[in-house]
Each structure stands twice: as C-alpha cells, then as structure tokens.
Design a binder for this molecule. Structure first.
Ligand code: NAD
Length: 289
C-alpha cells in the first residue's frame, strides 16, 4: 500500500517507521528538515510539499500539533489532491468540532475519513503499541483498521466522525483528575507519616487504585519504574496534558456539561505549565502540592 504520512514529530516519526516495517511504501512530509531526514533514515521517501506526498496514494495518515493545522493541511492540500479512493486518517489530538468539519469536508469530496487519536506516548508510538480510538462510519473504520493495526495494540471504533476525539478528551480528562488526586493522596500520606511504598502496596490493592498510581506512580522509589524515577522527564509532558484539558473544557462548554473537576484540573495544570514546567512530565505536578 502507498501511504502518505504528514507530521513526523515525536509521535509521527515512530508511527511512520512502523508503516515501513509493515511493508508499506511511505511518502513522508513535515515542515521540519530534521524530521524529514530522520524519516528517510527509517525508510520513508520524503517530499517537499503535502501535495507531492499525497499523489497516487491509497491512504493519508497525519499526526499534527493542533486543529488549525489539521484543517489547513486537509482543506488546502489533501482533499481534492489525493485520489478520492484514498482513505484519510487524522491521528492528531484536536477539538471535536474541527475533526467533524474536516471529516465532513472529506466525505463530501468522496473520501472515506476517520479521526483516530491515540492513547500512549512516544515509547508506544515507537514500539507500535498505541491505542487508537476511531470516529467514522463502519466502512471507513473497516478500511482504517489494518492501517492502524500496524501502529497499535488496540484499535477501537468509538462511533461516527468526531467520536474518536470525544473518547480521547474524556479519557484524558479522567487521567488529569486521577493524577492530581493520586499526587494529593501521596503527599498527604507522607505528611501523615506513611512510607510511600507501604501506602502504594495498600492503595494499589484497595479502592483508590488507578492507572496513575499502578502504572505511573508520581512518587520516586514507589511502585513501578515511572518518570518520577527519572527526574520527571516525560513521559507525557505537562504541556500536552494542559492542551488536552483545554480541549476537554471547550467540548464541555459546547455540550453544556458541568465538568467541575476537569475545570479544576485544567487550572492546576495551567499554573504548573505557566510556572515553566511545560516540558516536565505531568506527574511532576506532585512537586507543587
Ligand atoms: P511534535 O511537535 O513532536 O510533532 C508535530 C510535527 O508536525 C512536527 O514535526 C512539525 O514540524 C510538524 N508540522 C507542523 N505543522 C505542519 C504542517 N503544516 N505540515 C507538515 N508538518 C507539520 O508533536 P507530537 O508529540 O508528535 O504530537 C503530535 C500529535 O499527537 C499532537 O496532536 C499531540 O497532542 C498528539 N499526542 C502526543 C502524545 C505525546 O506523548 N507526544 C501522546 C498522544 C497524542
């Protein structure tokens, strides 16, 4: 299969390499010459424009920073330029409204299209073990699944266009809330004289258990190896958590949902990032409690 891959950054670089490993011809484009050079080393052919990269392809995969960029790339250089037989897969994390608008513009021009954001960070992108949550109709999902399988361990159909993004931000809103709750509990446990590993051993088999604790414990030396054991190097950067919480609060407002804990989590991560910690892992928020 011929696949155009647009956006070869921290996530897209590894994902494109996994398409090469799966035996596909990958036609790569990124604005960054460094990202393109790396893609070339990984076996992709590289192009000077999106329009060149999408010529004659069977699929277009994108992994871009935000909705504005996704919208401009698809509307200016993909829709009407890639063959109408190609399936379009945007894996970026963007707002639900833009995901639906781009998907509908693609559908109107005769394309199958899905929004397919991911859970899992750079390590999972490199290892091909991402989780994909997919929005689009049944036919588009059936076409997208084998392409996504080459980059992930789980590919789940969330519903129609935009449902992938909705699942992603609801999941990450929970994650942000859980992480802050886990940090508060560990900080309090310590002040109350509990040893962190002992508290971990108790809470990880009790009702306070969560992924934030058992897979990603924010305290150094307790639980499994995590960014806390590595000076809070990401991992999942606090700036990306803030991005996702902002998207979640935008969606809550549009949907008329009162998400008080999500809003508080947004405020806490905003303060953490504005204090210069955007590049730290999101579990580093424990150091402010
Ligand atoms: P990144 O900044 O490392 O990569 C984005 C790439 O897009 C860059 O190489 C940039 O040069 C390129 N780009 C920007 N505008 C472009 C354009 N117009 N045309 C072509 N290329 C363009 O970001 P990332 O960490 O790889 O994240 C990508 C997406 O994945 C984001 O939406 C992010 O929210 C999401 N995400 C990231 C993680 C993570 O842990 N990094 C996890 C889950 C989801």
């Amino acid at each position: 299969m011929k696949i155009a891959f647009i956006g070869l950054g921290n996530m897209g670089g590894g994902m494109a390499a996994n398409q090469v490993k799966a035996g596909h011809e990958v036609r790569a484009f990124d604005l960054s010459p460094e990202a393109l050079a790396k893609a070339k080393e990984n076996g992709c052919s590289t192009f000077d424009t999106v329009r060149d990269a999408v010529e004659g392809v069977d699929a277009v995969v994108s992994m871009l920073p935000n909705g504005k960029i996704v919208s401009s790339v698809y509307n200016a250089d993909v829709i009407g330029v890639a063959p109408a037989s190609a399936i379009l897969l945007d894996c970026s994390t963007i707002d639900v409204a833009t995901a639906i608008a781009v998907g509908e513009a693609a559908s109107a021009a005769g394309y199958d299209a899905v929004d397919a954001p991911v859970s899992g960070g750079i390590a999972a992108a490199n290892a091909g073990t991402l989780t994909f949550m997919v929005g689009g109709n049944d036919e588009a999902f059936a076409r997208a699944k084998p392409i996504l399988d080459a980059m992930g361990k789980a590919v789940i159909h969330a519903g129609g266009l935009g449902a992938g993004q909705a699942a992603k931000i609801c999941n990450n809103m929970m994650l942000g809330i859980h992480m802050i709750g886990t940090c508060e509990a560990f900080a309090m446990a310590e002040k109350l004289g509990l040893d962190p590993q002992t508290f971990y051993d108790i809470a990880s088999v009790s009702s306070g258990q969560s992924w934030s604790m058992t897979s990603y414990c924010p305290v150094p030396g307790a639980g499994p190896q995590s960014p806390a054991d590595n000076g809070y190097q990401p991992g999942f950067a606090a700036a990306l958590m803030l991005k996702d919480l902002r998207l979640a609060m935008e969606a809550a407002e549009t949907a008329g949902v009162k998400a008080e804990m999500g809003e508080r989590a947004r405020q806490i991560y905003e303060a953490y990032v504005e204090a210069g910690n955007g590049g730290m892992d999101f579990s580093g928020v424990i150091n402010t409690l």
